[in-house]
Design a protein around this ligand. Sequence first.
Ligand SMILES: C[S@@+](CC[C@H](N)C(=O)[O-])C[C@H]1O[C@@H](n2cnc3c(N)ncnc32)[C@H](O)[C@@H]1O
Length: 271
Amino acid sequence: MRLIGVRFVRSRITQWRGERAKRRVLALAPQAEPDIVRADWEESLRNPTGFYLRAFRYFHRRLPAPLQAHRRYFSTGGRGFGEDAFHTMWFLVRREFVWESFLEIGVFRGQTLSLCALLSRLNHQPCEAHGISPFSSLGDSVSRYQRGVDYWEDTLANFDHFGLPHPQLLKAYSTDAAALERIASRKWSGIYIDGNHDYEVAKADWNVCSAAVAKGGVIVLDDSALGTAYRPPAFAFGGHPGPSRLAAEIDRSGFREILQVGHNRAFQRVA
Ligand SMILES: C[S@@+](CC[C@H](N)C(=O)[O-])C[C@H]1O[C@@H](n2cnc3c(N)ncnc32)[C@H](O)[C@@H]1O
């Protein structure tokens, strides 16, 4: 009981520090936040911490209201992980590229998958959304997820909340035969790898996804910024060792890193 009490107090202090840091970042910058254009993405690789703060401010000052509301919904009630700046990232990526198909490995309760569907609606660009996940509380060596949630039904209910068409979901581990078949079934425009964060599984996900993404398509690798120059502020997270090690090993003759927003790194297939 005492241990649970200490953990609770610690997490409340961390949360309070994070909220204070957010207020400071917004208070210290001028009100008029400039747009982030494609030529600015290079800055995210040279100065990932500065660019992250810019993406965070962009979320609060410039992002379309429906996207801010979507993030607010998933930030409450334990519905999602992620950070405000990641909504900016997906907004920028989908403004730059026209995607016909998107695959997410590791769906949890549908925050990113439904954001993809919402962006398709706002941009008037139809994009098939697919998700592969165990739809259970299965975690990995660095993550634990709440029990007692019907993750499949919950994901669909979250899509319904925004009046979005249901995605094509597959209840499987990404390494299962059915998942491998689904991944290899087409050339995807965009893929988000955010399932099991252990190196071996993340590496297996990368191997199969890197072969299945279209030329010019983009793979975003979550939690992969350890070992980069990124230093997260108090309200952000730097990443996990598995995906970070994998990111360092990516063959740069086949994939070019085009954008980093915090611990999310985007790689475009160039060959
Ligand atoms: C961090 S959460 C994903 C969050 C989600 N991408 C989002 O943006 O809201 C990781 C998810 O991956 C799932 N997962 C764990 N192992 C997996 C595996 N081997 N294959 C696919 N998904 C897995 C977990 O159950 C969990 O739902």
